[in-house]
Design a binder for this molecule. Structure first.
Ligand code: GCU
Length: 428
């Protein structure tokens, strides 16, 4: 625990160095609403050749594929079509998890292709008192499956050991349990499927060779084409592989899969939801730049900062927009619109100015007309709702008090939102 605290302090320091302050060396970060320069968003409901998009059918046939192509070619990179073999091994099952309220399983995914192999471990909790199949939340954790609980039977994945603490990976046990309120989630009748994001793409420079992209034909660790997928693309791909597995689990209702991602994983959850319609509810928590927040709104983190913090989240083509957001012929409202007509929820935190809460809201607001094409209800006001007053239409939003984090307040809202869209009443 002590170790965990030291780590957190180190991370805060690092954030101070790589975050807002570090960017002083680049362009100063704007945190003043009055200094936000006027910007114009590219129209969503007009196709590339100028055709107005007036129906859901036109959206599906013309504009949606155009936007998917733009995000693949210019921001997240293309997801390869090549099929990767995957084998599942159920490593453990505990029918008495969470004091008997849940069954937990740990499942090893073994991906192989071209004579290479990588592994990931899924940690799955299923409520024991379910009367039928259960809905499920999918989400990556940052510090290993064992970081979400003190349960000592939770094992580390091999990539976590590689990248995080070769000598003593146990420092993270239970470290992020506040972000994963298991009793609450299970108590509401949901299953939870979580995996460490490093298993799919280690988020540490120099470790790409242990990630999923290394299995694909043509992989070259040293050079990347401008539209080649990087970390966010790979994490999104991995979420779809989790969905594949969940479709095989008899206790799960595979028509009710929600995906939730925080911060960089909020960016990846949106990209996963855009590409994979099995995610019926898509939730971005504090995803900020390159996630829910509008890039053209000059507030908080910029394209330059988000593409420099970690070299390998976005495809190389996105770098052309560093300090050049006005040249973008797309913006993040288009990403959110790709979820339509499925339910999408954007959550912000009041003190998370780096992620630009207002820019996150406006993005969801400007995506909303696309929901209108389906007769669905998006966000109807340009004004952000008051603090901790969630709006839950087909596009939902809240801003809560506090910092960049995932809290019980957030989960309460996510579950209420998912209940609404999965037509469930359990526990809410
Ligand atoms: C940094 C980065 C953000 C990102 C966050 C995270 O703050 O600038 O864009 O969302 O890290 O993922 O933790």
């Amino acid at each position: 625990m002590k170790r965990c605290k030291i780590k957190s302090i180190a991370i805060l320091l690092l954030a101070a160095l790589t975050g807002p302050n570090a960017s002083m060396a680049q362009k100063a970060v704007n945190y003043e609403e009055s200094k936000v320069t006027a910007f114009e968003l590219p129209a969503l409901l007009v196709s590339k050749n100028g055709t107005p998009i007036k129906t859901a059918q036109q959206w599906e046939k013309i504009r949606r594929p155009e936007l998917l192509e733009i995000f693949a070619a210019q921001e997240y990179g293309r997801t390869p079509n090549e099929k990767i073999a995957v084998r599942y091994e159920v490593l453990t099952e505990n029918r008495n998890a969470l004091s008997g309220k849940a069954t937990s399983r740990q499942i090893r995914f073994i991906f192989s292709n071209n004579g290479k192999q990588t592994e990931a471990i899924l940690l799955l909790y299923l409520p024991n008192n379910a009367r039928g199949k259960v809905p499920v939340f999918v989400g990556y954790n940052f510090k290993g499956n064992h970081s979400i609980s003190y349960d000592t039977s939770i094992i580390y994945s091999s990539n976590f050991m590689r990248v995080k603490e070769p000598g003593n990976p146990d420092w993270a046990r239970g470290c992020q349990m506040s972000r994963w309120p298991l009793d609450f989630i299970i108590g509401k009748g949901y299953a939870l499927a979580t995996m460490c994001y490093h298993d799919i793409y280690p988020d540490v420079p120099g470790y790409k060779k242990f990630g999923i992209p290394s299995l694909f034909s043509g992989y070259d660790s040293l050079s990347a084409k401008p539209d080649e997928w990087q970390a966010i693309g790979a994490w999104a791909w991995g979420s779809s592989r989790i969905a594949d597995y969940l479709e095989t689990v008899k206790e799960i209702d595979s028509k009710k899969i929600a995906i939730m991602g925080h911060s960089r994983q909020g960016k990846a959850a949106l990209w996963a939801g855009a590409q994979d319609k099995r995610f019926g509810v898509v939730i971005s928590n504090c995803s900020g730049a390159g996630g829910a927040a509008l890039s053209k709104r000059d507030y908080g983190e910029t394209v330059e900062q988000v593409t420099k913090i970690k070299p390998a989240w976005f495809c190389a083509a996105f770098n052309q927009y560093r300090n050049n957001e006005q040249a973008l012929n797309f913006d993040q409202h288009g990403l959110i619109a790709l979820m339509a007509p499925r339910a999408v929820y954007v959550a912000s935190a009041q003190e998370d100015r780096w992620a630009d809460p207002k820019g996150e809201y406006l993005s969801a607001f400007y995506a909303s007309p696309v929901y209108g094409l389906y007769g669905r209800r998006g966000l109807t006001s340009m004004e952000q709702p008051a603090i901790e007053q969630p709006v839950m239409n087909d596009v939902g939003y809240h801003i809560r008090k506090g910092i960049h984090d995932v809290t019980l307040f957030d989960w309460e809202a996510f579950i209420r939102f998912a209940n609404k869209h999965f037509s469930l009443t359990n526990g809410s």
